[in-house]
Write a protein that binds this ligand. Structure first.
Ligand SMILES: Nc1ncnc(-c2cnn(Cc3cccc(F)c3)c2)c1Cl
Length: 292
């Protein structure tokens, strides 16, 4: 989504852009683009960017007693320069302070799934963390574990890191803080989501360091794009769990005969509507607030 009059993004993700706003500031923008099975689909999901931005901001606020964060403002009328008042950014962007990003994708897991299950089946461990025997896809773990990865540049994939490798990368003090805080964030997210019928299985957070050397929570936090959200009433270890937000889309794609190596197909209106509704429902159930 190139926005006229804005500079070229300093980073373009599958569904997001990052702009330099000068004076040590960045503008993060969440688009309505949807990706599935690692493919960006041609059909946008209306309001997806606004819902995920609102949810992330709500979590930053919920976590503000635990950790400082990079948010400066989410009011586009307060943004600097060419970003100020731009309607294309309203509700789907955040003005943040530029940090020195920690070179580790900080993942915490309370359930075994995806790449974690694959590692477990080979090693009986995930990122070097030994797990009990007898676990399967979707199993709840006895404790929340820290399972970091490298920050690979596409087309390379993020590679699992052992805790010793994190210590070598950032030093033992910061490694201990990354593990403790990342686990605490997932545990807090679970305490909010669980009673509302949503299993928060895992999450990925990104950390930066400010000029004072303090760890600051950056990027997005506890959204369906950075975490696995499962409907609790459908939890069944032993198979891939349905995704709270993506399942209607995944089911349709699988039934449509789409070849996952081919470009993504256009989505029928009812699948777009069902997907939008899942994002809005997740926001309203978690925050207890109506999505406007
Ligand atoms: N506060 C910060 N300071 C320095 N760097 C970052 C940073 C770099 N990359 N990313 C990931 C990303 C966030 C959004 C849109 C994208 F395209 C990519 C975040 C941040 Cl958030």
């Amino acid at each position: 989504m190139t926005i006229p009059g804005l500079p070229t993004p300093v980073h373009s993700g599958k569904v997001r852009e990052l702009y330099d706003a000068g004076d040590g500031l960045l503008v993060m923008v969440a688009s309505d683009r949807m990706s599935a099975f690692d493919v960006v689909l041609p059909t946008a999901i209306p309001d997806k960017g606004r819902v995920l931005t609102a949810l992330s901001l709500w979590w930053f606020d919920q976590l503000s007693d635990l950790v400082p964060n990079h948010v400066v403002s989410a009011d586009v009328d307060e943004y600097p320069g060419v970003f100020r008042g731009r309607d294309e950014l309203r509700g789907r962007s955040v003005l943040v302070r530029r940090l020195a990003m920690v070179p580790v994708e900080c993942v915490a897991r309370a359930y075994l799934s995806g790449s974690g299950t694959k590692q477990y089946r080979v090693d009986g461990a995930v990122c070097g963390v030994p797990l009990p025997a007898g676990l399967t896809e979707g199993s709840e773990l006895p404790d929340t574990i820290f399972t970091p990865t490298t920050k690979a540049t596409p087309p390379d994939h993020d590679a699992p890191m052992t805790y010793a490798e994190v210590e070598a990368a950032v030093g033992p003090e910061q490694a201990a803080e990354l593990r403790k805080l990342t686990i605490e964030i997932l545990d807090r997210g679970r305490r909010v989501c669980g009673p509302r019928g949503i299993i928060l299985a895992d999450t990925k957070v990104e950390w930066g360091v400010d000029a004072a050397g303090t760890l600051v929570l950056a990027d997005e936090v506890l959204t369906p794009d950075s975490s696995r959200f499962w409907p609790a009433e459908e939890w069944q270890p032993g198979r891939a769990q349905p995704s709270y937000d993506k399942q209607p889309l995944r089911d349709w794609l699988e039934s449509s005969g789409w070849d996952k190596k081919a470009p993504g197909p256009e989505l029928p209106p009812e699948i777009v509507a069902a997907t939008r509704e899942r994002y809005v429902a997740a926001y309203e159930r978690i925050t207890g607030e109506r999505f406007a």
